[in-house]
Every structure is written in C-alpha cells, then in structure tokens.
Design a binder for this molecule. Structure first.
Ligand code: R5P
Length: 280
C-alpha cells in the first residue's frame, strides 16, 4: 500500500502512512501564473494499492483531489480519504434554483472506496457514486478531553446538529453532557437561547463538528459564562477557522482545539489511527 498525501493533508497523510506502515509517495504541487494548480505524483504507482489523503477546505484543494485521483491512474485499487469535505454544509436546496453543491462535487469523486470523517450531514455520503463510508472522530476527541484533566468537566453541544457528536464524545469517557439551542440569523450571526445549565465552577468543553467563524462557540460561551462555568474549551473535528477565528476565540478566553482533518496550530488531536484502522 502507498499513501499519497495531498497538499491540504501533508501531515495527516504522513501520519496515516506511519500508522499503516506504508510508503509515502512523493508529490509535487505548484501554481501556474494564472493560479491553475499543477499536481504530480512522482513515484510510479502502477499496479500498487493507493490511499489518497486530501481534505478539501478550498476550491483549489478539491481540484487537487481530482488531480491526484487522475494521477494515480493504473493503481490496482484507489482508496480516497477526504478527512474534511468542504461544501458539505450546502447539502440541500433551500431556495428554488440553488445548487446542491455537496451533491455536485461528490458526484465527481470516483474511486474504489471513499472515506470521510464526521461529514456535516450523513445524507452527503449518499451523493458519492462510489462506495463511501463516514468515520467517527468522537473517540479521539473524548480521549483528548480526558487527557486535559479538567475540573468536573461537562461536554456541551451548541446546537441540535452537534448533539449526537457531543453525546458520543461524552459517552466515550463517561462524562456528563448537555446541549443548547441555536438559531442562525445569517452566515456570521447566531443566537442561542438562555438555558439553566449545571456548569457552576465546572470546566466546560463545547463540541461541534465544525468551527468556522467561531460565532456559534462565542455565543455558546456567553451563555455558559452567565451560568458560572469555569474554563471554557471549544473542540471540533474540523477547524475551518475563518476570519481570525482562533485569535478571536483566544481573546475571549476560550481554548480551541481540533483534529488534523484541517491542519492548523489548534490540531492537537490526530485522526490518523482512526483512518488507519478503517483502510487496512
Ligand atoms: C453548523 O451547523 C455547524 O455544525 C457549525 O455549528 C457551524 O458550521 C459553525 O459555524 P461558525 O463557527 O461560523 O458559527
């Protein structure tokens, strides 16, 4: 087996190669003057079983994924791991004429097997035409929280969509959990209803699948502080962190952490073992 790490998943790809004790293929990426992406897999992979690891947080990263699949032509089997599948939040048509972009993109990814991790909505898995499976990073997050030695911790889902994840994370380690109710006003503004929570003097970990602008976390933290919470952590699978979100969260006294599905300074947990266990 050979692992091909895309430009968005160089670190995670090499961790996966270590976990499954496979060779890491050499790749080259460059931008042409008109910003088109150049991608090359330098190693000859004809006849090999290949695992491509590439998240798609940007449009160019999605192009990179398609290029890597094409470049691996001739491999005996191609498994594609898309740790973070961008556009998964555009999974439905809310207004007439809107593109269901998650479906449009998923339909273009062809491989023998496809793996995603905590994809935003399970429906998106059905949009892939190839056999696809969504992996769960909840155990990784649960064991990281335990390693923090927090004071009487409680896991909080900031909205309905995060309830299953928060419950799974908490159950892994026998922690208590609760949830809040969020209303999204627009892409940057959310409102969370006040709620009495048993968080007085306790450390709290807000858990969500994605932190993007950080608006959801900031609003949840406001309610938790009102209820007397101690330290506030914010953990997610996919740290998108747009518009300086990491700095804004830290300035608000919130400690963010994420997995390496999107590689950043907050990636203190790795999903490499989780991927490795599924692709073998
Ligand atoms: C939404 O349904 C997701 O699960 C996240 O709650 C959302 O993407 C977070 O976005 P933001 O950080 O911009 O509030």
């Amino acid at each position: 087996m050979k692992v091909v790490a895309g430009r968005a998943s160089a670190v995670l790809g090499s961790r996966v190669a270590d976990v499954i004790e496979a060779d890491l293929a050499l790749t080259e990426f460059a931008l042409f003057p008109d910003a088109e992406l150049y991608t090359r897999v330098v190693d000859d992979l004809v006849g090999d079983e290949v695992v491509i690891v590439q998240s798609t947080p940007t449009d160019t990263d999605f192009i990179c994924l398609l290029q890597l699949i094409d470049a691996c032509e001739g491999a005996s089997r191609i498994s594609v791991v898309i740790p973070y599948f961008g556009y998964a939040r555009q999974d439905k048509r809310f207004k007439m004429g809107e593109a269901v972009t998650a479906r449009a993109l998923a339909g273009t990814v062809e491989a023998d097997r496809i793996f995603t991790i905590n994809i935003h909505d399970q429906n998106v898995i059905n949009y892939f035409k190839s056999k696809a499976c969504d992996l769960d990073a909840a155990p990784v997050i649960g064991s990281y929280i335990s390693s923090l030695n927090l004071k009487n911790p409680v896991v909080i889902a900031p909205d309905d969509g995060a309830k299953e994840l928060a419950k799974a994370v908490a159950s892994e380690e026998g922690l208590s959990w609760n949830w809040l109710k969020k209303k999204r006003i627009d892409a940057d503004t959310v409102v969370i209803d006040d709620k009495d929570l048993d968080v007085e003097g306790r450390d709290v970990v807000i858990v969500d699948d994605i932190i993007s602008s950080g608006g959801t976390i900031m609003e949840a933290a406001r309610i938790l502080k009102q209820n007397g919470a101690g330290a506030i952590y914010a953990g997610c699978v996919h740290g998108v962190f747009v518009k300086n979100a990491i700095l804004r969260l830290k300035k608000a006294g919130i400690i963010p952490f994420s997995t390496d599905t999107i590689e950043s300074i907050t990636s203190s947990m790795s999903v490499a073992e989780c991927i490795g266990a599924s692709i073998i």
